[in-house]
Design a protein around this ligand. Structure first.
Ligand SMILES: [Zn+2]
Length: 324
């Protein structure tokens, strides 16, 4: 628990509040509570200061989040639940806006029809002040068969076209793939502070490790980093060398574990992976259900029996009593 003086003397307090006005207001409140604490109940003041510190941490966490805008480009001829993507909660980014541009132009390029990279930047528009990252989502093939491509320091495009069938076959929701790509770009923004240089293109590794930074040269390997993605040892070592927030890697890993298949498919997957265990578990469950059904039956029978039982009859009168 923080002492009343901690708030006033702590050098890190100013760092907790990048917004100077908010910091000054809460510092005044802290000073007031500090004065009260010399006269009145110390415990109450400490609790209040703890609350203020809690607010400060919450405020700091929220203000340091990266602001991400999703830009839907063109028509989507399949079910892609953008509302679910918008609802995703993270400590490191928040989706602040979701725009739509329905008309895009697909051109003939290198014996294929693709959405040209030169059109993407214009269709996405400029990055608005206060936005850290704009991610365009399209349902058209990109040049050179990329599934994700950086446009500049703060813009990237993700195509669902090359992965639709692959993900459907693996029972992975397409939303997982979009969220996975958002995480990859968000980590780049944290890591590179918005810079784009040659190094950033060297980060993804060719080997498929189920890592967030898999290059997925063979696109069908994308399934390994969509349910759930991980961060491999090599990428962790790289991130540890960067000036990232405390506990960043562990926090991102925790959130990545939430990118997974629906419950039904996870159960199905576990059954396929451990068929013998699943067989014993199913047998045990059947026995338990049988026992539970017997107990319920006995209880119901006990409840119903008193009303069904015949009422106790009067003592039988003997012939001698009847003669009286
Ligand atoms: Zn990796």
């Amino acid at each position: 628990m923080a002492a009343p003086g901690d708030w006033q003397s702590s050098a890190s307090a100013a760092m907790l509040f990048p917004n100077k006005r908010a910091y000054a207001g809460l510092r005044r409140a802290a000073l007031l509570l500090g004065r009260e604490s010399t006269q009145a109940d110390q415990t109450t003041s400490k609790c209040r200061l703890d609350t203020l510190n809690g607010w400060a941490l919450f405020y700091n966490r929220r203000s340091s989040m990266k602001r991400v805008k999703i830009c839907r480009l063109g028509c989507f001829n399949h079910r892609l639940n953008f509302a679910e993507i918008a609802k995703w909660r993270s400590r490191y980014f928040r989706i602040t806006d979701m725009s739509l541009r329905a008309d895009i132009t697909v051109d003939h390029f290198e014996n294929n029809y693709v959405y040209p990279t030169c059109n993407i930047a214009a269709d996405m528009g400029e990055v608005e002040p206060g936005t850290n990252l704009v991610i365009a989502v399209v349902d058209q093939p990109l040049e050179e068969n990329f599934y994700m491509r950086r446009i500049d320091a703060n813009r990237a495009v993700v195509s669902v076209f090359p992965v639709l069938d692959i993900l459907a076959k693996a029972n992975i929701p397409i939303e997982n793939y979009i969220i996975r790509c958002i995480y990859e770009m968000v980590v780049f923004v944290y890591e590179g502070q918005g810079r784009v240089d040659d190094e950033i293109y060297m980060i993804p590794h060719h080997e498929t490790r189920g890592c967030l930074f898999d290059m997925n040269v063979f696109i069908d390997r994308i399934v390994y980093s969509c349910s759930p993605p991980t961060i491999c040892t090599e990428c962790k070592a790289r991130l540890r060398a960067r000036p990232l927030p405390t506990g960043f890697i562990e926090g991102i890993e925790r959130e990545l574990r939430r990118i997974r298949k629906p419950l039904y498919y996870r159960i199905e997957e576990n059954i396929k992976r451990h068929p013998v265990v699943a067989l014993f578990a199913a047998s045990a469950l059947a026995v338990l259900l049988n026992v539970a059904a017997s107990v319920i039956y006995d209880r119901l029978k006990a409840i119903a029996q008193p009303s069904a039982a015949p009422l106790p009859s009067a003592p039988h009168a003997g012939p001698s009593e009847g003669a009286r």
